[in-house]
Design a binder for this molecule. Structure first.
Ligand code: GLC
Length: 749
């Protein structure tokens, strides 16, 4: 299959440049000899088979637990050369200690790799990745990754298992929190920026880390939204929807790729040679490391495709998985498989070479201790600059869903304000489900933020009103009493951080516990009420919107949570976030997303069309939704420069934007495209451009988009990738539901 979908290299370069960094070609195709290649070949020639499989073995330290098994006696395993990399390991002193054992006590002194899940911050925690995607700003995503890399590398981390680039359309799946939402285009933009942010210009620089695109591929399509469940996708849907962010990550030079836990069309990704060898390495030329997910190799037995450990090790290794994370099966079984002639030594050498090249690219053979730097760890983490970035990006991630009656922004000098709800002071939840080495004690809660934001004379009344899962009648009575003493109320509602993320699927994605009753009771006091929603996924908010039509979606905003939210609540900053994923009216609508197919009977007033009897088809909040700051904008129709786009050419599209409100604000103009007739059915719209523009009251600006035939390309009937001549609709607007159109023709063979 020819073709290289996803973002053009031009667009990748633009993203990477916007992130202020040029990516390191860490995972670039296995190219010609470099200085380290001769050293690596010499080292491999001196290694025993046991030492080789030791380099293909990744084990967890006990500093953090991110899966079902834990490692016994890590230090002895390192000293015996049975470990090539350790994850959940960080801290300059601890990593220095383990590295010394590897370098001084093993026969060949090969340095260890230290890895950790640094998804959205290390000690300074940024919004969860779904919140970062809500900025619709790749530069923000790149900056957050850059800060995370500076802090993690100062603590001895060489390698992060991030970015998670799984596209997801099913918010029952808890890991939707870790990705960039439903759009392959936005997902690819964010993935490229995050890889560039983590890896910087040079992996050998002490403040960069190797990145990992995960979970390859289609893991977000888990059946029924239940984590680890089977995924069954046509090749066209896999390539069109789920692969583009991985393609963008590999084009940006990502150092590693991690297959998902899922079986794809019956073959678990960890043992899927078509995915790894044919697509990733063959079509895309990826030359980096493929690392299994946590015990995913022994789990091939549970999948029912491996009869025993040896079978599991053979299937995973021959499919292209280089490193066994926490499974211990490469260590136990590869030597026997090589001795029995079932796996060629050359294949083992090839996998070992990829691992050693990564260590060389990181500079570990020059100085194994360069990243374990107590001085840097002390001076380069939680700095004022990092905390400012975290607060700014957290503000950008907030999405104002409703503001009926312009209740927001609040005045900061009102006599008294109540902060009510079980998430008002839940510092741990502010960091989200993958908080790196973040410390809740460093996080500002919503109560903290409000206290710091109001005038000295304003009383702040805080009432948790029970727990996330339960508010008793007494709890609600207390909440009413507190609300009646206040001039306005901020309601802190939503999920605990552990209700999303890994192994955290929910069949009902409504507000947990009695929070709806609490909201209704507080609204009944007649006080102005604004709800701040904390969640790692879209929640079904239909009833809440009826009760309190002032909603600010906050996701989990990180270390600066409370201060960032307060900045927006009191009008010191504009809410500029947009939804990177549709919010369904009810779980029964799932999957609901902007790039749906038209069907042969599109929903209309007549009976025999594709619709529900009990709900509209459209989501409660569409992809791209978000009130535009505290002002209003008028977005004009798209104006193509010409009526035609020639193959290989470029078509400029202009869009006028006017700030019709009375405050400065930022609008996020989205451009969608529809292929009106194709050799296969095509989505009703696909995001193909985003432009953010800040305008003063009354000011008009013009944003420009450029379309090329790559933007119009798709996997055609014969599974080649490319465009087809014909008529296209271009749609622009503030979200996927409020657009204005123009048309153009793609001409040429
Ligand atoms: C987990 C996750 C994966 C993570 C790994 C190591 O099971 O699936 O995303 O990187 O284990 O913590």
């Amino acid at each position: 299959m020819a073709g290289s979908p996803g973002l053009s290299l031009r667009r990748i370069a633009a993203i990477v440049f916007a992130a202020g960094i040029a990516a390191a070609p860490a995972g670039a195709a296995e190219g010609g000899p470099t200085g380290s290649d001769a050293m690596i070949d010499d080292l491999i020639a001196r290694m025993s088979l046991e030492e080789k499989v030791g380099q293909l073995t990744l084990v967890s330290s006990t500093l953090a637990v991110t899966g079902p098994e834990v490692t016994a006696d890590l230090e002895s395993a390192v000293a015996a050369g049975r470990v090539g990399a350790v994850f959940n390991a960080f801290g300059a002193d601890y990593t220095r200690h383990l590295q010394r054992i590897a370098v001084e006590e093993t026969r060949l002194g090969i340095p260890l790799l230290f890895a950790h899940d640094v998804l959205h911050g290390f000690r300074t925690v940024f919004p969860i990745p779904l919140g970062i995607a809500a900025t619709f700003d790749p530069a923000a995503a790149g900056e957050a990754a850059r800060v995370a890399a500076v802090e993690a590398s100062a603590a001895g981390v060489h390698w992060t298992f991030a970015p998670m680039v799984d596209i997801a359309r099913d918010p029952r799946w808890g890991r939707v929190a870790e990705g960039a939402g439903e759009s392959p285009y936005l997902g690819a933009l964010i993935a490229a920026a995050q890889v560039a942010g983590f890896q910087g210009r040079d992996l050998a620089a002490p403040d960069t880390v190797a990145a990992t695109a995960k979970h390859f591929a289609g893991y977000g399509a888990a059946e029924a939204g239940r984590d680890y469940n089977t995924t069954d996708l046509s090749e066209r849907v896999l390539r069109e929807t789920y692969l583009p962010p991985f393609r963008a990550a590999t084009e940006t030079g990502v150092a590693a790729v991690m297959p998902g836990f899922n079986d794809l069309d019956g073959v678990p990704a960890t043992a899927n040679a078509w995915l790894i060898e044919d697509v990733l390495r063959g079509e895309w030329g990826f030359g980096g490391v493929v690392v299994s997910d946590y015990t995913a190799i022994p789990e091939l037995k549970a999948h029912g495709i491996a009869a025993d450990d040896r079978d599991a090790a053979r299937l995973a290794f021959t499919a292209g998985t280089d490193i066994d994370m926490q499974g211990g099966l490469f260590l136990a079984e590869l030597p026997r498989l090589v001795e029995a002639g079932r796996i060629p030594m050359a294949s083992v050498d090839r996998a070992v070479r990829r691992v050693l090249k990564l260590k060389a690219a990181l500079g570990l053979f020059d100085d194994p201790f360069r990243y374990s730097d107590p001085e840097r760890e002390r001076t380069q983490t939680l700095t004022a600059e990092h905390l400012d970035a975290a607060r700014r990006i957290a503000r950008q991630s907030l999405v104002l869903l409703e503001n009926e009656g312009n209740v927001l922004p609040f005045e900061s000098d009102m006599p008294a304000i109540a902060v009510i709800g079980p998430l008002a002071h839940d510092a741990a939840s502010m960091l989200g489900p993958w908080a790196g080495a973040g410390d809740p004690a460093q996080a500002s809660t919503l109560a903290d933020g409000v206290r710091r934001a109001v005038a000295p004379g304003t009383r702040v009344l805080v009432e948790p009103a029970g727990e996330i899962e339960r508010s008793s009648a007494q709890d609600i009575a207390r909440a009413i009493a507190v609300a009646e003493k206040a001039s306005a109320v901020v309601l802190a509602l939503g999920e605990r951080a552990g209700m999303s993320g890994e192994a955290a699927s929910r069949a009902d994605i409504g507000l947990p516990g009695d929070q709806l009753a609490l909201a209704r009771a507080v609204a009944a006091t007649g006080r102005p009420v604004a709800v701040v929603l904390f969640s790692g996924r879209p929640l079904t908010l239909t009833a809440l919107r009826e009760a309190v039509p002032v909603l600010l979606q906050a996701w989990f905003p990180g270390t600066a949570a409370g201060d960032a939210i307060a900045d927006v609540l009191f009008g010191r900053a504009e809410p500029t976030g947009r939804l990177p994923i549709s919010f369904p009216r009810a779980v029964g609508q799932i999957p609901v997303h902007h790039d749906a197919k038209p069907t042969g009977r599109p929903a209309s007033g007549s009976h025999y069309t594709s619709r529900y009897l009990d709900l509209p088809n459209d989501p409660l909040y569409p992809f791209g939704w978000g009130l535009s700051s505290y002002t209003d904008f008028e977005i004009g129709p798209p104006r193509p420069d010409r009526e035609t786009l020639a193959r290989g050419g470029r078509l400029g599209i202009s869009v006028d934007v006017t700030n019709t409100g009375d405050r400065v604000g930022t609008e996020t103009v989205q451009l969608y495209v529809r292929d009106l007739v194709g050799c296969v059915t095509r989505p009703v719209m696909e995001l193909k451009g985003v432009r953010r523009v800040t305008l003063r009251s009354g000011e008009t600006g013009t944003v420009r988009f450029d379309l090329t035939d790559r933007d119009l390309s798709f996997w055609r009937r014969d599974m080649t990738f490319g465009p087809e001549p014909g008529r296209f609709e271009v749609l622009v607007g503030p979200n996927a539901a409020e657009t204005r159109s123009a048309f153009f023709e793609l001409v040429g063979p």
